[in-house]
Design a binder for this molecule. Structure first.
Ligand SMILES: C[S@@+](CC[C@H](N)C(=O)[O-])C[C@H]1O[C@@H](n2cnc3c(N)ncnc32)[C@H](O)[C@@H]1O
Length: 285
């Protein structure tokens, strides 16, 4: 994961760790391979990406771009965000230790988020992650369900209507824009009614910038407006969004988006409108 921070000396010292070559440059000084062209997502090479991830040790440091120290703040932010969303559903019961819900952790890496957040809010978590050596780290935990060792663009989403939450963290950056839209359309069918798709991804430093390609890990760092545009194309509504807080200075902004199918959101809005009309009519009688 490209965190957006350039630690020259530190990175040199960490041979086995992922390198972050992207950050600290502004566009005027960006080297060629940083890809500030207008359609950087076409440069994504899925084979090279898997090869990059497969070479790394299965550790927090690897899946956090060489910054394992950010894990706690990240997990805390994710937990609060998700708990807030789930309180809006009628199924939550605060005294349940592990509520009967099914989530899927997409681009799960070594299961850092599953272990640190998702298993506290669901009884079963399926895993989608192309690198088997990563999922071997979480395999066998009682709360882990099915494991799919494929990329999201190839995931054959078989079971319909089973997930309360589809969690996507730092993995949509591995897909092209078209693949993101295609995946987000397909995955909606796997949601239970009123289920959530969560996307947690880096954003470029300033909205005025364009999406940027990084050839170290074959990722795209997108703008907020690009994400919202992709969600719109997939007919998803951003019901809530929040920036991750408590990260060290110098990293990319990290945004959490809570999404629901637009049709569902429109249905709720219509229900509210008709309820308000009914109340207003009663008041005038
Ligand atoms: C930065 S790590 C994040 C892992 C995890 N979400 C976390 O937050 O700890 C990115 C993960 O995306 C996985 N990945 C790479 N290409 C992918 C693809 N096409 N679909 C899904 N995941 C992919 C990598 O193998 C890696 O485990």
């Amino acid at each position: 994961m490209n965190t957006g921070q350039l630690h020259g000396d530190e990175a040199e010292a960490r041979d086995a760790e992922p390198r972050n070559t992207h950050v600290g440059f502004d566009k005027s000084t960006a080297p060629q391979n940083l890809g500030v062209d207008s359609v950087p997502d076409t440069r994504i090479d899925a084979t090279a990406a898997i090869s990059y991830w497969s070479r790394l040790p299965a550790t927090d440091a690897s899946v956090l771009g060489g910054h394992p120290q950010i894990s706690n703040a990240d997990l805390r932010g994710s937990f609060l965000f998700l708990a807030k969303l789930l309180r809006q559903t009628p199924t939550i019961s605060s005294d349940e230790v592990r509520p009967q819900r099914r989530f899927v952790d997409c681009g799960a890496g070594i299961g850092r988020v599953t272990r640190g957040v998702l298993c506290k809010l669901a009884s079963t978590i399926d895993i989608v992650e192309p690198v088997k050596a990563f999922t071997d780290q979480i395999k066998g935990e009682t709360y882990v369900g099915a494991i799919f060792n494929v990329g999201l663009e190839q995931w054959n989403i078989g079971d319909l209507g089973i997930y309360n939450v589809v969690w996507n963290q730092w993995c949509l950056c591995q897909l092209t824009d078209a693949q993101v839209v295609d995946y987000l359309i397909r995955v909606q069918a796997a949601l239970v009614p009123k289920g959530w798709i969560v996307v947690k991804e880096n954003l470029v430093r300033h909205e005025a910038e364009e999406d940027a390609y990084d050839d170290t890990d074959n990722t795209i760092t997108r703008t907020d407006r690009k994400f919202r545009n992709l969600f719109k194309q997939a007919k998803l509504e951003v019901v809530h969004s929040e920036l991750q807080r408590g990260m060290p200075p110098g990293l990319y902004r990290i945004m959490m988006y809570a999404l629901q199918p637009s049709a569902h959101v429109e249905e709720i809005a219509a229900q509210r409108r008709s309820k308000r009309t009914a109340v207003a009519q009663l008041a005038t009688q």
